[in-house]
Design a protein around this ligand. Structure first.
Ligand code: SF4
Ligand code: SF4
Length: 405
């Protein structure tokens, strides 16, 4: 069972010959094709499962345009067929293997609110339409399979009261430029910049009841609270697809912590245990994990669809305990208790980008756009009793400010 997806390197290269002929390797000059093939052979073909009621099948772990190019190419060899944030590929950076075999890949475009950020911006039919058309011109992908409303709705009432995003989708769909509708959903409860903002599980439940969207992405990892777990089960029962993002729960900082790793169960790694857990012990349709090089790809994605061994189960236990002590789960419960309006969850989300995903430049860029940064914290302590994890929020904010300034 454990080796169900594992195939020999030689056999793998024979089965992937079609992909190589289609242009694989040519977008990734820095890393020799042999190393990409070697990595892909170690991972093997990923199993697939139904994404949502559209009947499409996707690899149990999907890929992202934010990955290192060599990891994207190894992923294609392993049968990864859904690409998150495909609009971030620019012209020559679109993998030739995807352009030449376009129908074999599901490419997603992420569409943000305009004239402000995810809290203050608005939904605007024409601006979103223009954005998608421009993204198609930039990438040359011809159409996007999935059009994603990035960050999602602020409250359940908005799902019905503001149909502008749906109108954009219908226009683009008629023109054959998009095919399916999805959203990523963040929490807005307690957020002073979003009046009457609500929690993501509540909003997602309303989205499923509304019946228009086909699948959703949201932050989800081990040790998640009851509300989100209930939503994931509900979604599965309704044929609504769920893709977990921000899944690592601090796995990279755990790996960098000598003391933690000194007591870590032998025979597994944080990312491999995570991949096994996400793909075999949850009701999710799929999940995505950020990958910055081939080594990470092999370590993490070789766990996709494989059973959770005793060492992995123990690893998830110790990782959950560590994450509860150290890593903000972005629940927003502290936010309404901060009289200074510090963007606590956004700041700690950017800290995760820098610390856990190796995306320090992006994190710093996003941090620079915040109106109230970590140094606006007066260390008054009002938020402390409201963090379900008991995090020392002011200390976390000070650390994040040093890291991101
Ligand atoms: S300690 Fe800082 S973040 Fe917490 S409520 Fe006070 S000012 Fe806001
Ligand atoms: S600091 Fe605590 S309460 Fe605030 S968003 Fe993070 S986990 Fe939730």
């Amino acid at each position: 069972m454990a080796s169900r997806n594992r195939i020999g390197r030689r056999e793998f290269i024979v089965t992937s010959a079609g992909a190589l002929a289609a242009g694989l390797g040519s977008a990734c000059g820095r890393v020799p094709a042999s190393e990409i093939e070697e990595a892909a052979a170690k991972v093997g073909r990923l199993p697939q499962r139904a994404l949502d009621r559209s009947g499409r099948k996707v690899s149990v772990l999907i890929g992202a345009a934010t990955w290192a190019p060599e990891a994207v190419e190894a992923g294609i060899l392993c049968g990864i067929n859904y690409w998150h944030k495909s609009d971030e590929w620019e012209g020559r950076s679109v993998p030739p293997a995807i352009l030449k075999n376009r129908e074999a890949h599901y490419c997603e475009v992420c569409v943000d609110r305009v004239r402000g950020n995810h809290e203050t911006g608005v939904i605007d039919e024409q601006a979103h339409y223009d954005f998608v058309k421009h993204a198609l011109e930039r990438t040359g992908l011809r159409y996007f399979d999935d059009m994603m409303f990035h960050f999602g709705y602020h409250r359940t009432a908005e799902v019905k009261s503001n149909p502008a995003f749906l109108r954009t989708y219908e226009r683009l769909k008629k023109e054959g430029l998009v095919r399916h509708l999805c959203l990523s959903q963040h929490s807005y409860n307690g957020n002073g910049r979003v009046p009457d903002g609500e929690d993501r599980a509540m909003i997602l439940t309303a989205v499923v009841a509304d019946g228009v969207y086909e699948h959703a992405q949201f932050a989800f990892t081990f040790g998640e609270g009851e509300a989100l777990n209930k939503f994931v089960s509900l979604a599965k029962s309704k044929g609504f697809g769920t893709i977990a993002m921000k899944t690592t729960g601090g796995a990279a900082r755990m790996q960098a912590n000598r003391e933690f790793m000194g007591k870590f169960p032998s025979g597994t790694t944080p990312h491999n245990a995570l991949a096994r857990w996400l793909t075999t012990r949850t009701d999710l349709s799929a999940a995505v994990i950020q990958i910055n090089n081939l080594e990470q790809f092999v370590d993490t994605y070789s766990g996709a669809g494989k059973p959770l061994r005793a060492a992995d189960a123990r690893a998830i236990e110790v990782m959950t305990a560590y994450a509860n002590r150290e890593v903000c789960r972005l629940c927003n419960d502290c936010m309404s208790h901060c009289g200074q309006g510090v963007a606590i969850a956004d700041i700690l989300r950017y800290e995760r980008y820098a610390t856990d995903y190796g995306e320090r430049e992006r994190a710093r860029r996003l941090y620079a756009q915040l109106d109230k940064k970590g140094d606006a914290c007066l260390v008054c302590g009002s938020c402390l009793p409201h963090c379900p994890q008991g995090l020392n929020v002011p200390a976390k904010l000070a650390d994040a400010h040093r890291l991101l300034s």
